[in-house]
Ligand binder design. Structure first.
Ligand SMILES: O=C(O)c1ccccc1NCC(=O)[C@H](O)[C@H](O)COP(=O)(O)O
Length: 273
């Protein structure tokens, strides 16, 4: 789905960052053979983990590991396994692992290593474009995958969701706008993420999820507010707008101690939930 289609006009639009990444992903997939099968570890319950909120915390947290990002540049922690362990010790409910190499410095091997190092569910965060990658993600140990509604056609979304269901991997379907979130629900998504970051322009507005989530609450099993979250007040606002969980990376990864940063974010300083 191109930038022009996203804008709903017929005039040509310059491709945004997401369009450029998705075009690269489609090329890479067309050029590589199917990954060799491997024994799959027993899946962990991603949905259940996001819905089991500890007393005193406003929401559950999916804490993200990545070495760099297009909007944030390089992060000061290259050992993603050590960071994931620190997140788990601090009370993260799940870990999001960026497996894209060129833009995020990740690899599928990071997913395997992180999953072996923690006992909570692991989300494969990448820019998946085909059902075959959903199967591969499951074999490489993903308990959940991310699908980006803004970048996938309805048919692709449906097929990838059906495959996720078949191979028993949870699918978090992300959207930036209400219209794409409605497409996600119509395609059968039960776990919906609202990304505060516009992946075309990389502008982030933490009010985005607050505006969109109340319209989806009654029809989503799990609602996740994503990107740009930095404070306990923002987590409380996300909860009040209907979020079960938040997905947080950069504000934790900028801290010298990402585990401590996560505790602070969740209000482990004695504040009320
Ligand atoms: O973050 C980017 O620069 C980016 C660019 C292009 C596509 C996706 C991108 N990020 C994905 C995400 O939205 C975040 O990794 C995730 O939601 C965590 O956000 P943050 O807490 O702001 O690191």
């Amino acid at each position: 789905m191109s930038g022009a289609q996203r804008g709903g006009t017929s005039s040509p639009a310059a491709p945004g960052t997401l369009d450029i990444i998705m075009a690269r992903k489609r090329r890479e997939l067309a050029e590589r053979p199917r990954l060799a099968p491997r024994p799959r570890p027993e899946p962990r319950d991603f949905t259940g983990a996001l819905l089991r909120r500890a007393a005193g915390r406003p929401v559950t947290v999916i804490a993200e590991v990545k070495r760099k990002s297009p909007s944030g540049g390089a992060f000061p922690h290259s050992d993603v396994v050590a960071v994931a362990r620190a997140y788990e010790a601090a009370g993260a409910s799940a870990i999001s692992v960026l497996t894209d190499g060129p833009d995020f410095g990740g690899a599928l091997e990071d997913l395997v290593a992180v999953r072996a190092a923690v006992s909570i569910p692991v989300l494969r965060k990448d820019f998946l474009v085909a059902a075959r990658e959903v199967e591969e993600s499951a074999l490489w140990g993903a308990d959940a995958i991310l699908l980006i509604a803004d970048a996938l056609e309805d048919g692709e979304l449906r097929e990838m969701l059906a495959t996720a269901h078949q191979v028993k991997v949870a699918a978090l379907v992300e959207a930036h706008t209400e219209a794409h979130a409605e497409r996600a629900l119509a395609a059968g998504a039960r776990l919906v993420g609202i990304n505060n970051r516009d992946l075309a322009t990389l502008k982030t507005d933490v009010g985005t999820a607050l505006r969109v989530m109340p319209k989806l609450r009654s029809r989503s099993q799990v609602l996740v507010a994503e990107s740009g979250l930095k404070s306990l007040a923002e987590l409380r606002a996300a909860r009040d707008a209907g979020a079960d969980a938040v997905l947080v990376g950069e504000s934790l990864l900028r801290d010298a101690d990402p585990g401590r940063a996560l505790r602070r974010l969740m209000g482990e300083d004695g504040g009320s939930p």
